[in-house]
Structure formats: C-alpha cells, structure tokens
Ligand binder design. Sequence first.
Ligand code: ATP
Ligand code: MG
Length: 436
Amino acid sequence: MSQALQAIRGMNDILPDSAELWEEFEATVRDWLRAYGYKPIRMPLVEPTQLFSRAIGEVTDIVEKEMYSFTDSLNGEQLTLRPEGTASCVRAVIEHNLLYDGPRRLWYMGPMFRHERPQKGRYRQFHQVGVEALGFPGPDVDAEQILMCARLWNDLGFNGGGNDSVRLEINSLGSAEERAAHRAELIAYLEQHQDALDGDARRRLHSNPLRILDSKNPAMQAIVEAAPKLLDFLGDASLKHFDGVQAVLKDAGLPYVINTRLVRGLDYYNLTVFEFITDRLGAQGTVCAGGRYDGLIAQLGGKPAPGCGFAMGIERLLSLWQDLDNHREQSAPDIYLVNQGERAQRYAFQVAEHLRDTGFAVHLHCGGGSFKSQMKKADASGAPLALIVGDDEAAANAVTLKPLRAAQEQQRIPFDQLAESVGDFLFATEEQDGSL
Ligand code: ATP
Ligand code: MG
C-alpha cells in the first residue's frame, strides 16, 4: 500500500458533524446581514500580489511574512492567495464601478490564507465573514457596524450569562496628518528607550512605529503604556467623528472601552478602529476586528470614496459557539428506506424518488445486507420512520411503514396513498416531539 497523504499543516478539513454547525452559523449570518441591508459579493481567492502589498502595507505582518505568494509558471504573473478580503472587495468595486449610483453595503464569507504558526484559533487557511460599507463618510455607519456585531453575538447566544463574554474596544487613528505628527513624537520617544526595545520594535522604529504600540511582549509593556498617545494628536474633525460613534454606542447601551493602543495590523485604517475580544480563547481572543479606511479606494486607483468594514474569524466564533447548547438538531432524514431483493431494489428507487418529489428527505439504503442489519442502520440514521420494501411489496405495489421511535404497529400502505400516509405520520411525530 502506498503512504496515505495528509492535508497541509494549518489547513483543516471540516468534517460532517462540524460542517453542519458551520452551515447553521452561515444561515444565522445570512439572516443577520439581510436585516442590515448588506448584499453579497464573491471575489476570487487568488489576486495579483501587488494588490495586497499596496493595500495592506509593505511593513505589516501580513505582507512581510504571512502571504502565500507564487509565480504562475504558465505566464509568469505574481499571485497571492488572499490573506484578507477588504483589498479584493475594494478592487472589485473599483473594477466594476459599483459606486456609480451611490454607496454600497457589501459582505462576503470564505477562506483566507496566511502563513502563520498553527495553534488553536490560528490557522493557515481560516475563514472570515467580511462586511464593507463603501461611500459612507459619517460616523453613523461605523456605529451601525459595531452595533450589528453586538446583535450577532446575541443571535448566537453569547453574552447569556453576564455581559462579559465578548467585549468591545475602540480607538481612533485620526487622519494621515495627525498620524504623521504623532509619529514624529513617538519615534523620538522610542529612540530615547532604544535599549529596552525588542527586535521587532527596533525593526519597525522608522518604518511602522505605530505597530510597536500593540506589542504583546511583556517586557515592552511599561514603555508602550507611557508612549505618546495618538488620541492626543487628533484635531476637531477627528474628535467629532469619534464622538459621533460613541454617542450611538451610548444610546444603544453598548459598553465599550477606549484602548489607545489599538492600532490594527493593516496600514489602510484611519479614524474609527474596533475589536471584539473574548478571554475564553487565550491569546487568540480577537473574534472580530475592523474600522474605517477612507483612503483605500483612491489608493487602489478608484475615485476617492470613504469605506468602513470589519472581518470576523469564523473558527474563533465557532469555538465559542460550539460550547453552548442552543444548536438546532443535526439533520436526520425523514425516512430510511430498507429494501431487499433485486426487484424490490428497483421498486425502492421509484418509491424514494416519488417521496422526494413530495418534499420528503429519503435515505435509500444502498449496498444490500440482511433485513436486520438494514434496520439497525435505519435506527442509527435518526429517521423517525422506516419504509420497508421486499419482493412482496414490489409485487403488490405497496410499502410497509414502520415507525422507529414510537411503539406503533407497522402497516402496509398502497403506493398511491404512500405520500399522504407518510405526511400524516411525520406531522403527528413532530407534534409529539413538540417541534411544531
Ligand atoms: P491577530 O492579531 O489574532 O493575528 P489580525 O489582526 O491579524 O489578528 P485581522 O487581519 O484583523 O486579524 O483579521 C480579522 C479576524 O480574523 C481576526 O480578529 C481573527 O478573528 C481572524 N483571524 C486572523 N488571522 C487568523 C488566523 N490565522 N487563523 C484564524 N483566524 C484568524
Ligand atoms: Mg495576524
């Protein structure tokens, strides 16, 4: 036997039991997005490398070391598996002139790729729901995006016991001019503390000093805490925008803290940035992050227009969600169709298709086997009802109906009454189960 192959490290199979939880999550997310007027968009998984280096910034974790980039050997193009969705979404909006008749609310969901060290909550192929509002300049849309996240946490049943399971942090990154003024002072301050900086910080000192502020290195905390705060450099317009966001959050009674060290890992942000964080997932606690990116559309060659968006990590949300017991039942078929004998098998196909025409979910037993072993499979399937077809039934153009959960007698039903009998039976079962 040849050696079995394995998936790439950090890229996971999602097996049937959890895939059903993913589908339930996706359905919840679709309803939630529709409630806020967001429309779906789907972009390719592969884009020109340049799109990400231009949008995300050369001196960021993602572009420096996390991108899966390669040369297309067929035509020499430089390509990258998308590490995030905003750049692709904005590219698509520009390319198809989607803002020609006004602003847009868009969303997408799917895999992202980053070459990181795999650990719980951090994978090389992971999944995000991304939400982008394009063409809205005011703080109203920022605030609405934050509120809508809070609603999703409620829809998922987080925050049930105590209001502390997912908390909100916000900050403002101001304008490019304000960041430049702050940057000069920040660099001067950090230079005074050269000796205490770690390798990452030294490397970033003159390229991306803002990122030093969100260092997780315990040895750097004191220095970073005392560093000049960007918030103190904001002018009236930026402060007004930030106040506008906070006013809506306060009206809604949504608790938040201002974290002046929240800077986000991508260069395109300005003004509002926010993160939702949980303590239940260890170091990988950020489940959702976003903010405003008013310069990005122009930077990628589009007609200048503001933007604001966020992305949430589906794996992290699901690991919070799977521990709750508010999930719908895993899907079982309505009917398990047992059949024995050559003639019966061909008849069973007609029975199954007929019932599916009527709207029932039918698991047709394939692969033969004894009546007893088929009935065991029927029980294990979770279906409330087995239908039994042998050569007798085939000859009589009938089907034997056998309830699997209730202690009821089996009965033989003529083919032309089958759909109705099955319907009556399932309806009665659901009523008994209290699921109606
Ligand atoms: P982190 O600080 O955890 O590396 P990030 O700032 O790189 O996060 P973003 O680019 O803002 O993350 O992505 C938004 C969300 O996507 C994150 O908050 C997280 O929930 C999720 N995410 C990011 N990278 C990964 C990954 N490698 N594996 C799983 N989820 C991820
Ligand atoms: Mg990261």
